[in-house]
Design a protein around this ligand. Sequence first.
Ligand code: NDP
Length: 682
Amino acid sequence: MTVVSHNVRDLESFLSGSWRSGKGEGKLLVDAATSQPVARINADGLDLSEALNYGRSKGGAALGKMTFHERALMLKSLAQILMEKKEIFYQESFATGATRKDSWIDIEGGIGTLFAYSSKARREMPNTRVFTEGAIEPLSRDSTFSGQHILSPLKGIAVHINAYNFPCWGMLEKIAPSLIAGVPCLVKPASQTAYLTELMVRHILAADILPEGALQLLCGSANDLVDHVTGQDVVTFTGSAATGQMLRQNPSMVRNSTRFSMEADSLNAAVLGSDAKAGEPEFDLFVKEVAREVTVKAGQKCTAIRRVIVPRDAAEAVSDALKARFEKLRIGDPRDDTVTMGPLASAGQRDEVQSRVEELRTEAETVYGGSCSIPEKGAFEAPVLLYCDRPLASEAIHAVEAFGPVATLMPYDTIEDAVALTHKGKGSLVASLFTNDPAIAEEMVLGMAPFHGRVLIGNRQSAKTSTGHGSPLPMLVHGGPGRAGGGEELGGLRSVKHFMQRTAIQGAPNLLGAVTGRWVAGSNGRTESRHPFRKSLAELKIGDQLVTRERTVSLEDIEHFAEFTGDTFYAHMNEAAAKRNPFFEGRVAHGYLIVSFAAGLFVEPQEGPVLANYGVDNLRFLTPVNAGDALKVQLTAKEISPRISADYGEVRWDCLVSNQNDEPVAQYDVLTLVAKEWPSSS
Ligand code: NDP
């Protein structure tokens, strides 16, 4: 066994702009593998009400002045710095019992989440401070009164109360969406492993990237923290269901309708499809995934597989294959790089797991229980595999979460039974299904979906590229209904919106446009002799407009376009057939001909600040165009989003094509990249 000596650090909290210590002795935190003291933690006597106010006023004000893109770039810089320093965190992480592979999920997985949110926000949000959601809702016939949903950052603080199992990822995956939204955070890590979070926060603050007040840290007990929350704050929680339910009922939270997101116990299932017999690739993939999910981080993952649901005739083969994998484990101090599974985070957790296993044993027999050797000292626990022959008639195996390397194998007889077994978890973060049969995939996934936040389908085709059962991804929902807490963390912009207020605004189009910074149909445009494509971003204004001359579409145009492109669809080429079509009165112009003619009408051909057209959004053809119709275009600068890290930005143009009777023929957004300056100064 490696001998390690730690300096016992007195952990501090970073509150109201300075590092502070609690009053009194504090609690000693020990290394999970060696039981040596690592740190002392204490938050007694700290003024948490003041800290929340400080975050709201200082951090909220500073973040509120920044655009989504500025906040996103701030996260990217932070992620780069943390990545440079990652070895410091890896070294500290050993004390939590994590092997280097376990720590990768926590440390680099967490930093990766910052990168992912940074790029998602810059791609999917405008470079503004208000997020416009969905289309304008017309509320009057003459377009003088419309509605629009907007999202703006809450004026409170996000209080993130985290679990002990992911001291880095748990913090980073929550601060990323909060900070993008523009809401400051106060992070309260679980005491057991807070020394690693504290170390990372010290490096974050030392980097001096976040504005003052954007991030605070509370090391130690939460004391009266939640009693001071308001209706503009958000509380997120990961941990035990008991604590979560208590927080949900906190009088301040109830009185103020404080937003609360909870992620608690989840008895996640893995299901083997009835097609996946021993010898099939899906059988092997299933066994590998279950063994990995039971043992990674010694089973202390919210997404770990607790219930292994298999066809009755496959139960013995699955059990034998899992036992063979568990036998190969090397359990020990994670500093030894031959070790494949470390200890639980603390002796308390080990005792807790052992007592939960006893509860499970009231309904299930032990088929594998710790025959591989484990070190005597430290919070070690060997894998436990239980078997329950009558799972539909059992309760504890679906309800008792042993938060360690523990799983229960349970057989099913029909697909309906397998689905019903997944439901008995009463709501989980994730389930996985291993099948290569599309019919089984359809029936089971649709059956399982209402009870799960995520469902992974594993088969031979995705085996090499699958991110696996246990990995929450920044772009996909992480959270689950019912027992899993009912929260929805991550999931791209969905989680950013959790920290913002959605408001429906109603009014005249020009006033809606003033609020959203977008041109709204129905407002006046600004036409002038200079073509808007001659204007750089420095000169272009929302509402700058071009109204083109008319161009008449002839039958020759339609035939030429058909021959040239190969699109000789009957509605363009055959008068009699077109007449039989319920939508047309005769041959019509191609939709793409209309779009092409529109481009020909609005284009400004000389070299200039418009650099590229990168697509169109929301294209709709509204009125058929027949030979003899005359098209014209109204093109209006609708949204301008300069990129911070480039010398150009995106411009979205509202493009309305109409005919000689002023009927709308086609409508869409044209998306262009436009130089910030023209001629460029470089
Ligand atoms: P807890 O619910 O006790 O703690 C979770 C977090 O809540 C910690 O930061 C803790 O702080 C904090 N907390 C505890 N009491 C309060 C309170 N009164 N007010 C505000 N915050 C509070 O869970 P544990 O971390 O001890 O884990 C216990 C069990 O929870 C595990 O064995 C497992 O079954 C389950 N769990 C489930 C997870 C999941 O995602 N599904 C993740 C982690 C755990 P402090 O540490 O300072 O007490």
